[in-house]
Design a protein around this ligand. Sequence first.
Ligand code: AMP
Length: 289
Amino acid sequence: MEIIKTIEEMKEISSQARRGGKTVVLVPTMGYFHEGHLSLMREGRRRSDLLVVSLFVNPTQFGPNEDFKNYPRDFERDRKMAEGVGTDILFAPEVGSMYPPDHQTVVRVEKVTQNLCGRSRPTHFQGVTTVVLMLFEIVMPSAAIFGEKDYQQLVTIKQMVRDLHMSVEVVGMPTVREADGLAMSSRNTYLLLEERKAARSLYGSLQKAQELLQKGERDVDRILQEMKRILQSEPLARIDYVQVCDARTLEDVKRIERDVVVALAAYLGKTRLIDNLVFRNLSPNPQHR
Ligand code: AMP
């Protein structure tokens, strides 16, 4: 595996690979790898001749009072893990070269970024789309792989790629979970022991939604009520949002008649965690059991 730190070198390697008819696939990350990241890299490996993993803690997607400075970082550990799954290039640019002092362009996707995390993190997604567009320009991949864990991010990037007629395939991969169901996240390392235990309630509430849907419940208020009951029974968890949205537009729905995402964000102490489950092809008029 090669470690590339400059944008020029990365562009040169990618151009050469493409000229040689190689398939370049990109997995964008902020590092501090876990099995979720590795599952994306394995999929990238399977689809590519040249697998590029980018490692860049992107300052513009953090709000002023968020955790950019404290975000967990361990380059040596990440290097070994990426190499272990067969990554060809670990691209780790400097903040100052991605955002030189004169940088002044942002990419903003309008509608799908408004709801859910967009409410409490109003500038987050424009930071994400701006850096992802830059990474696509630098690495020129034919496909890029993202996790459904960050479902709104995935929808936003797909929208950007459609709107700007970009020629990259955006691939979504299922959420990888800990044994007790907690979605893996680099931020889980912030959790104190008691908070970690309380964090089970996030997936617990999503499982409740799944159970209700399987029983035929289609009324969103009733589903949200049950989910909130589970989250609120955990004193260490504080709800930011729990919502059921159209899986493509991310607008709230009242009754479940199309594909939906059940999404939530909650604070465990100071740590904000998100999770979701996507429900596709539900029968529209199921029999109540
Ligand atoms: P991050 O480093 O947190 O920005 O995440 C990099 C990529 O890994 C994003 O596409 C995330 O959606 C994805 N990812 C993060 N956690 C998980 C997980 N538990 N399962 C699957 N993908 C994940």
